[in-house]
Design a protein around this ligand. Structure first.
Ligand SMILES: NC(=O)c1ccc[n+]([C@@H]2O[C@H](COP(=O)([O-])OP(=O)(O)OC[C@H]3O[C@@H](n4cnc5c(N)ncnc54)[C@H](OP(=O)(O)O)[C@@H]3O)[C@@H](O)[C@H]2O)c1
Length: 297
């Protein structure tokens, strides 16, 4: 049995159907019944609804599991503790292989969510579990493109002139399937998952404009504007961790490029990683197909 945490998130939405299609027995851990219902529709998927930050949940999730893919929920104030608890619960349950969704350059301590993953990596390395650590660069996330298609503007909350390497989540989840199903081949490995190219926001905007066939302006927004949109009408005092993470992202990505190398991902995939242009073309096709579909389809 494979356990996937945060199973209906950005990665999970792509990963779960791939695991189900491969006929693999999978347990999906999600927080809400709503996500549970989505995943129950997939063949061979057992759903567990529970909050990873609550005592006992990860312990129960690990029962009878041979391999786990742990994704720490993004912006969660207890992401570090959850990561430690996942490793400890896996160890106690006799899990054979712990695959950890980390991040490119987890050693960067000025990025809060990187430092957390660095600490979880250290905890994993000290657990004596068989492990594989995956370090994706910034996601080419379909969610990030939806507002661009809808509103015709590409907005980023850091300097438009800084370079970024990115990775397609379809490629990342192909690697996860390979690492989980051929576990032993990947024991003891740490893989940087980075697509080809380094782009500043102007270049990303040019590529999007080319695919859409119309001019898409690029706009730098204040990090706090992004934060306000995230918090909505909830009490900001309850979101100090989230604020720290998002402000650190704006500061780091505005002060330095964030780049990596595609060699490892190319080797793992046995093909070229998806380029940003291919990603935008694919997502725009999906967007147009959804827009053309009759309501409710
Ligand atoms: N964004 C990037 O560019 C990037 C790049 C590299 C690494 N990362 C890292 O990738 C990780 C996030 O991956 P992702 O984007 O695939 O995940 P995600 O979209 O943040 O995960 C959402 C999923 O997590 C579940 N979840 C959230 N809190 C939970 C809790 N307390 N207990 C149980 N389940 C919970 C949600 O369940 P419900 O749907 O039921 O609420 C949902 O299924 C983060 O650690 C992030 O730092 C992100």
């Amino acid at each position: 049995m494979f356990l996937i945490t945060a199973a209906n998130g950005n990665q999970g939405k792509l990963l779960m159907p791939k695991l189900a299609a491969a006929g693999l027995p999978v347990r999906a851990l999600v927080r809400t019944e709503q996500s549970g219902d989505v995943l129950r529709a997939l063949p061979g998927v057992e759903v567990m609804v529970g909050d990873m930050s609550e005592p006992g949940v990860l312990e129960r999730a690990m029962e009878g599991v041979s391999s786990v893919y742990h994704i720490g929920p993004v912006l969660h104030p207890r992401e570090r503790e959850i990561g430690f608890a996942a490793v400890d619960a896996a160890k106690a349950a006799g899990v054979r292989h712990f695959v950890f969704s980390s991040v490119l350059h987890a050693i960067l301590t000025d990025l809060v969510q990187h430092e957390i993953k660095r600490d979880v990596e250290e905890h994993l390395l000290s657990s004596d579990l068989e492990y594989t650590i995956l370090q994706p660069s910034n996601y080419m996330s379909p969610l990030k493109l939806q507002p661009v298609f809808r509103e015709g503007v590409f907005r980023l909350s850091w300097s438009l002139d800084r370079l970024q390497s990115m990775v397609d989540l379809d490629d990342v989840t192909d690697v996860v399937v390979e690492v989980l199903t051929n576990g032993e081949r990947h024991y003891g490995a740490t893989y940087e998952l980075v697509g080809r190219g380094r782009y500043d926001a102007h270049e990303l905007g040019r590529i999007i404009s080319q695919v859409l066939g119309r001019e898409i302006p690029v706009e730098e927004i204040d990090g706090d504007e992004y934060l306000k949109a995230f918090i909505g009408d909830r009490d900001p005092a309850a979101f100090t961790h989230e604020a720290r993470v998002l402000r650190a992202i704006t500061a780091r990505y505005s002060a330095h490029d964030f780049v990596g190398n595609p060699n490892v991902l190319t080797w793992l995939l046995g093909r070229e990683p998806t380029s940003f242009a291919q990603f935008v073309e694919r997502e725009y096709r999906h967007y147009q197909a959804r827009a053309a579909a009759p309501a409710g389809a």
